[in-house]
Design a protein around this ligand. Structure first.
Ligand SMILES: Nc1nc2c(ncn2[C@@H]2O[C@H](COP(=O)(O)OP(=O)(O)OP(=O)(O)O)[C@@H](O)[C@H]2O)c(=O)[nH]1
Length: 318
């Protein structure tokens, strides 16, 4: 090859490296930069002449030196490539995302391939880094994951009240029952039902009834701890598992809910609707043969509360 042909070949090889939409970096054994293509220049705003011959780590302090050296070690010693995927580490180089308007991310997500380069003697004294911009794929995946998380949360929640729906509450209740059998601590299940609720619907309409249900849900939410488990069990029936509460403690919580509910005035079409609730509760006992049997005891206590004139709390006899 003539020297003219060699220069021409170098020229088009340089053109090729420049036009690739992939970052190309060649590093020697000491992580000094030897090649820095156009993609890297564009995204780092660092010219090849300012970085070539410099340590990668001094130029890019955001790179965890110990971690990258450990990652690159087998590339030198075993001559096998290695990969850094964005799920593991969002980026190696902190480059700005070039989709600032539509993108939810300020930084470019990257997949990076590290592979060995052999010299003319067949030794590995350099590695090449290929840096791929995978921001679009990463954001699409993150969006789908977030959507799935939201759907999962939504599938557990009752739309009217924001409390757990019956299916999910029941699932959690079964777990609480199993835990209760293994643990020393007391746990009590509470069932509440709005009194003469049919009358609210019949007098003020279904929408007003819905508002009353929401009002009680808000009272319940404000009256319990984050670790308690409240759900909407039926139309105007609610259930709560009060963890670390025996029957006496649960009775106090139930009575507070009953009193606060009684003070509510639900505004609808100029009316101020008041309501009362009946409550039954049952502390877990080792004698309860199943989760359903435990809940059934609270339900029977609730039935007694209704039978005894409503607007009261009854504790199940264990
Ligand atoms: N507005 C509204 N009403 C509902 C909903 N779900 C159930 N209901 C109504 O709730 C009423 C429940 O009535 P009942 O079970 O007879 O009980 P009650 O009138 O509350 O009487 P007691 O429980 O015996 O005090 C029925 O009229 C149902 O139609 C709902 O989501 N919204």
């Amino acid at each position: 090859m003539s020297s003219e042909q060699a220069i021409a070949a170098l020229h088009w090889q340089h053109e090729l490296l420049s036009s690739l939409e992939v970052g190309i970096v060649v590093l020697d054994k000491n992580f000094k930069i030897e090649v820095w293509n156009q993609f890297m220049e564009n995204h780092s705003n660092k010219l090849p002449r300012s970085v070539i011959g410099q340590s990668l780590f001094s130029q890019f302090p955001e790179i965890d030196e110990g971690w990258l050296r450990a990652k690159a070690e087998p590339v030198f010693s075993l001559r096998s490539p290695t990969f850094i995927v964005w799920e593991q580490r969002p980026y190696l180089f902190k480059f700005a995302s070039n989709r600032p308007i539509t993108s939810a991310s300020d930084t470019m997500y990257q997949n990076v391939t590290l592979f060995p380069l052999t010299n003319t003697h067949g030794d590995i004294d350099r590695i090449c880094l290929l840096v791929y911009d995978v921001t679009d794929q990463a954001l699409a995946k993150i969006r789908v994951e977030n959507l799935n998380k939201r759907l999962e949360v939504m599938s557990r929640i009752d739309g009217l009240t924001g409390l757990y729906n019956r299916r999910y509450w029941q699932e959690r209740f079964d777990k609480e029952y199993k835990l209760a059998r293994r643990r020393e601590r007391s746990v009590t299940v509470v069932m509440l039902d709005i009194d003469h609720f049919k009358k609210v619907n019949d007098t003020y309409g279904h929408q007003a009834g819905d508002k009353v249900i929401q009002s009680l849900a808000d009272v319940v939410k404000k009256s319990i701890r984050e670790t308690d488990l409240a759900g909407r069990y039926g139309g105007e029936e609610f259930v709560i598992v009060l963890s670390d509460s025996n029957a006496e403690g649960a009775y106090l919580v139930a009575e507070r809910i009953r009193e606060v509910a009684k003070q509510q005035r639900v505004e609808h079409d100029g009316n101020h609707i008041s309501y009362t609730v009946s409550i039954g509760l049952s502390e877990h006992s080792i004698a309860c043969p199943s989760a359903m049997a435990w809940l059934e005891m609270a339900d029977q206590a609730l039935y007694k509360a209704k039978e005894s004139g409503r607007d009261q709390t009854v504790v199940a006899n264990i």
